[in-house]
Design a protein around this ligand. Structure first.
Ligand SMILES: [Fe+2]
Ligand SMILES: [Fe+2]
Length: 337
């Protein structure tokens, strides 16, 4: 069985060979202190632990006594920038063991662990392709949460608000699902910002810094393309992400598409993105402009910058108090009252 060096997200994420539907394998993301923060469903199926049981677990708890030195050696190897295939024994919940090859690579503030089990495994169930999209989405967002938690929370809130606006506009459920995925990932490209501290920089930016920040759009599209299977749906999701900073009048970036050339889903995402950015504190601007200025910005750009219907519905939500900026353990989901 071939094991590839993980090369996920265009830098070092997961190759297709680790994709849950194609191999008896799985993927984990492990924090710097060696705790599992993400485990794929296929891994959970084979080991017999639920994902909830796996995700706070130390990685070493899953490995047999005799394999511990190999695991430590592989972590050390990865810390030095190398990635090598190693055969180890994983411990299953039922007390049995299963042998596997692992490859660990360093990925931002985490370890990416690719696992490939030996032989046929009765509990290995390929994930349906839709579940697989969500699993990959969740995995990529785990990386975002580790690298820049503020972006992670922003994406969650924006996707919730985008979906609410789309429902208010009576879009079909398939479109709404595409919008949800695009919104959940729309700023994923920010994790490639160089240097990362630029995301939190207060005060004026140089032209070069501003240009670097704007690159998050095309970087995000590249990341999504590298993760999702090529399909009409992926194309739509990429277009929505690629257009989320474009405006109806052709202003915005990275391109100057106007009016009809912009997808309705992108226009909805843009409105939700602007609203969230003005309602919540960000590290670069701790005091947010607040509700009145948010409404003013959206309504003064109505029809010129932003889609009129999306603005009306969003402003209606904000005025009615049905969507309130609230803080929760999950980073401030917008509460529907
Ligand atoms: Fe953005
Ligand atoms: Fe955003």
């Amino acid at each position: 069985m071939e094991l590839y060096i993980p090369a996920i997200l265009g830098f070092d994420v997961i190759p297709a060979s680790f994709s849950p539907e194609t191999t008896s394998g799985g993927t984990m993301i492990v924090s710097p202190d060696a705790n599992i923060v993400f485990a794929s469903q296929s891994l959970s199926n084979v080991l017999g632990f639920s994902r909830k049981e796996l995700e706070p677990k130390p990685l070493s708890d899953l490995v047999s006594e005799e394999s511990q030195p190999l695991l430590q050696a592989e972590l050390l190897h990865a810390r030095n920038g190398f990635c090598e295939r190693r055969a180890i024994h994983f411990r299953r919940k039922d007390g049995g063991y299963v042998s596997a090859n692992i490859a660990i690579s360093r990925s931002f503030k985490s370890w990416m662990v690719g696992v490939s089990f030996d032989g046929d495994l009765p509990n290995h169930r390929p994930a349906p392709s839709n579940d697989n999209i969500y699993e990959k989405l969740e995995m990529a967002n785990t990386l975002v949460r580790l690298v820049h938690p503020e972006t992670y929370h922003h994406q969650i809130r924006v996707s919730d608000l985008s979906v609410a606006i789309a429902r208010g506009m009576q879009l079909g459920e398939l479109d709404i699902e595409d919008l949800f995925i695009a919104a959940r990932w729309h700023d994923v490209g920010k994790i490639l910002t160089e240097p990362l501290g630029l995301l939190d920089k207060q005060g004026p930016l140089t032209i070069e810094e501003f240009t670097e920040l704007q690159r998050h759009v095309n970087r995000g599209v590249r990341i999504i393309r590298s993760i999702l299977p090529s399909s009409a749906r992926t194309k739509t999701i990429c277009r929505v992400v690629g257009q989320h900073h474009m405006h109806i009048n052709g202003s915005g970036y990275p391109d100057n598409l106007t009016g009809e050339a912009l997808l309705l889903l992108s226009k909805i995402l843009t409105v939700a993105d602007v609203a969230d950015s003005m309602l919540y504190p960000r590290a670069y601007r701790m005091k947010p402009p607040g509700l009145e200025r948010t409404l003013d910005a959206l309504e003064s750009g109505r029809g010129d910058l932003y889609d009129g219907d999306a603005v009306d519905i969003c402003a209606g939500f904000l005025r009615s108090g049905r969507f309130q900026p609230t803080w929760s353990s999950d980073g401030g989901m917008l509460a529907v009252g």
